[in-house]
Structures are given as C-alpha cells and as structure tokens.
Design a protein around this ligand. Structure first.
Ligand SMILES: *Cc1c(COP(=O)(O)O)cnc(C)c1O
Length: 462
C-alpha cells in the first residue's frame, strides 16, 4: 500500500513512513494511492464482533507490511484497553431513527482518543524497532493536545510539544494538557488563535533544516494514521444498525474535516452510507463553501464549541484532491491562492463531486445552546456543545434512513457552556475527578516561528 501527496510533488511513502512523517514535503497531505474495498460479505461478518476485531478488519488493508497481523491486533487491543466503556463507541438512541455515537469514553473524554491512543502504540512499536526517536509537535484547538500528551507521555523515543491558543480552550481542556507530569511532554500556550497555532506548525514542517534536526513528526489530523483509526467507528455503528443490508447516514460536527473525511473513506471502502452531513458551528467556512462554491476565510469568532473554531480546514484538502480527479497541481494552486488571497473558488466539476459526497448545515450559538437545553427533557441526554451542533443540524436531515450523529466529546469537558444552556453542571467521571487539584506546567510562547523553534530545541536537546 503506497501513499501519495495531495500536491503531487513529494515522494510516495509506505504506511509507516507516511505515519511517522505527517505532512508531505511539498506541503500536501498523504492519502492512499487507492482505497481498498470490503465486500458485502466482509461487512456482514462484522456483526457481533468486538470494536477491536472490527478495527483490525477495517484497518488491516491500509497498513501493508508495517506490522504482522499478530502485532497489529495486539497494538489495537492495547490502544483501547484504557477506555471507560466495553463497547468503546456505544450507540444510544435519541429520537425515532436518530442515534448518538458516543465517542467520549477514552482517557481525555473526546473522540481524539480513538486515533491518538492507537497512534501512540503504532509510533512506539515502529520507532523502537528502528532504534529511532522523533519530536512530535501538535497544534490543538483543545482536544488533540490532551489526547496526544496522554497517548505519548513517558515514551522513551518521543518528545511531545503542544501549541494551544492561550485563553481560548476550556479550563478542563487546558488542565488536561498542563497537568501531565512526564518530562517528555510540553504544553505551549501561544498568543493567538488556533489557526495561528496550525499555521506555525505548518511553517515548522516547511522549515526543512529544523524539521530534520529535531526529527519532526506530526500527529494532527493531517496524519493519515489518525484518519484511518476514525474510519473504524463508522463501520461499527453502521453494522450495529443493519449494514450492509441497510444504509445509514452520519451527521458529523466538524472543523478540520478530519472526522467526516474518515466517514468518506468508509463509504469509499464499500460501507453503504446514504448521507454524510457536515455540521459546523458559526465558524462555517465548510458550510458556506458547500453552498456557494467559494472557500473564503473570514477570521475565527470564538464559540462555545471551541474545538470547531477553525477557518482553515486542513483535511478539506484531501476531499478537494479527489474532487479534482486527484490532480495534485490543481490542489497546490488552490492552496497557493488560499495562502496569498485568503480563499479560492471551487470549480463546477469539483463542486458537483463534493455535493455528491457531502451535505451540510450550521448551528448558530443560540441554536447550539437551545439544543443542549432541549435535549435533556426530549432525549434524556446532556450534550457537549460540539455534539449539540451535530444534533441540531441532524434535525433537518431525518428520513427513513437511520441517522447517526457523532458525539465528539463528553459534556464535562465544557461544563460552563453546558451549565449555562441546560442549568445542570456535568460532573467529571470519577477517574479524573482530581483534575482541578493537580499542579499546572505550561510555557507561554509568542506567535513567532523562531521563538517557538527555540523553545522546542531547548526541550529536545536539554
Ligand atoms: C476535534 C474536535 C472536533 C472537530 O473534529 P474535526 O476532525 O476537526 O472534524 C469536534 N468536536 C470535538 C469535541 C473535537 O475535539
């Protein structure tokens, strides 16, 4: 299995190298050269299997000879052993024919744990076999950072640095990063917003001298292995609801397009998905692009669903690559226009392809709060604000096809917003009840590449 860059000018890589590299050297994102498919019989045979067994069957065709079957099965088992629910991704019914996929039973209470816990295992296995080490730098809107630090803390061959926007993550999110005690983890509070964090991370990857010196690796959702890990729960949910015989739709609260792109891959693999619905908050560049064909950045307005406060949606590049017939030059040109002019127009042909694959909707702040409030008496559910964005958008898409909305975080991760909307303060699960008593460790950094690189080098070579 070979991986190619969405900008067509970086070398093809194996699964292992694509995973350890993150961003391609031409600035593009790695995608499989072709998507393996599973037959109806393969999908039907997943009925009744454990999450781990489904994970093995879904991901195995993508990893080539990076791991043996026994190694890979073992790494999957270890990845999900720390989850607080035996089903890993349980489904709960909200309304007639509308279900919630609970993706918040991992160690940091957001869906990021599904990918990050697995990546931690895969990195450790691959690096110790090579006798190598890497420096992981991640940008986070709140949840990726804590999930990465949790997954990589204490590992010998990895240092982790997480850039988060100072003052723009919830207190629980911040504390989940700043209270990790292992010396190989570093929380960096950047003066700026998430897009600044993501932009400096991209700059670092494009600064080859630094990249090579510290052996930079990325675990943001630009990392293909993360997208792959997220494909699994589309299968587990759909099979629970009758796939492959019955099609299923998914409504996905999204910002960086990672989670919903995983659903697109599941569909291309042969899972009968009727609709894939993009649900955005008021930072709705994706919804506007779907409606108007113009992908235009407008700056971020902070919301109560901060993990989706994003304007430059990295993984959308992967969808564009397919929509433009896998023409890396065309994608590179669009990304140049984005960088120089703040946006681009999507061609008619590409737009048609995107609309065949995705529907979209948005929830304003008022609509999100109203949904959190309504869901308690009507659905018996205390929703996190991100999940509420999804459930709100889902109301417009209900049909005879079962609809699954992804619950991307536990409400206790965003207690202030949930309490303000619903009047109930969600308690932290018992296993992290002492979070507010633990000492914090954090470094402030300016929105300046040289300054950030200096902090990282000091940490790596200390
Ligand atoms: C990361 C995150 C999202 C957005 O995920 P994408 O991969 O950007 O689509 C939504 N909700 C929560 C809680 C998150 O942590």
């Amino acid at each position: 299995m070979r991986y190619v860059s969405t900008r067509g000018a970086a070398p093809d890589l194996s699964f292992e190298d694509a995973m350890l590299t993150g961003l391609a050297r031409d600035g593009g994102l790695y995608v499989p050269a072709e998507i393996p498919t599973l037959g109806q019989g393969d999908i039907a045979a997943m009925a009744g299997l454990s999450y781990e067994e489904i994970a093995f069957r879904v991901m195995r065709p993508f990893i080539g000879d990076t791991f043996t079957d026994a190694e890979f099965a073992d790494l999957i088992d270890k990845a999900y052993a720390g989850f607080g629910h035996a089903a890993r991704a349980p489904l709960k019914q909200l309304q007639p024919n509308h279900y919630l996929l609970e993706l918040f039973h991992g160690p940091t209470l957001a869906f990021k744990d599904f990918a990050m816990q697995l990546i931690g295992q895969l990195f450790q296995a691959a690096l110790s076999r090579r006798g190598d080490r890497v420096t992981i730098v991640g940008a986070t809107s709140g949840d990726t950072g804590s999930a990465a630090m949790e997954a990589f803390r204490g590992l010998d061959n990895v240092d982790v640095f997480i850039l988060f926007p100072h003052g723009r993550v919830s207190e629980v999110q911040r504390r989940q990063m700043t209270t990790v005690t292992e010396a190989n983890t570093h929380a960096l509070a950047l003066t700026g917003d998430f897009d600044d964090c993501q932009a400096r991370l991209k700059d670092m990857f494009n600064h080859f001298e630094f990249r090579d010196r510290v052996k930079l690796a990325g675990v943001n959702s630009i990392n293909w292995a993360r997208v792959l890990a997220q494909v699994v729960y589309y299968f587990s949910a759909a099979v629970s609801l009758g796939a492959p015989l019955r099609p299923v739709s998914f409504c996905v609260p999204t910002g960086n397009f990672g989670d919903i792109f995983a659903g697109y891959i599941a569909k291309k693999m042969g899972l009968p998905i009727a609709q894939l619905i993009i649900a955005t908050n008021q930072n709705d560049i994706l919804h506007r692009a779907m409606v108007s064909s113009a992908y235009t950045t407008e700056g971020v307005t902070p919301s109560i669903s901060p993990s989706m406060d994003i304007q430059v949606s990295s993984n959308f590049e992967r969808a564009l690559f397919d929509a433009y017939g896998r023409d890396g030059n065309a994608v590179a040109q669009l990304m140049d226009e984005l960088k120089s002019g703040g946006g681009f127009k999507i061609s008619q042909g590409a737009m048609q392809a995107l609309r065949e694959s995705f529907a979209s909707g948005r929830a304003s702040e008022a609509e999100t709060s109203a949904m959190i409030k309504r869901a308690v008496p009507e659905m018996g559910e205390l929703l996190c604000p991100h999940s509420a964005v999804g459930v709100h958008v889902a109301q417009d898409f209900q049909s005879a096809v079962p609809l699954v909305t992804l619950a991307t975080a536990h409400p206790a991760k965003f207690p202030d917003a949930v309490e303000a909307a619903a009047g109930t303060r969600p308690p932290l699960p018992a296993r992290m009840a002492d979070l507010f008593d633990r000492p914090e460790r954090v470094q402030r950094v300016e929105n300046d590449l040289t300054a950030i690189e200096a902090v990282i080098e000091e940490g790596v070579f200390a």
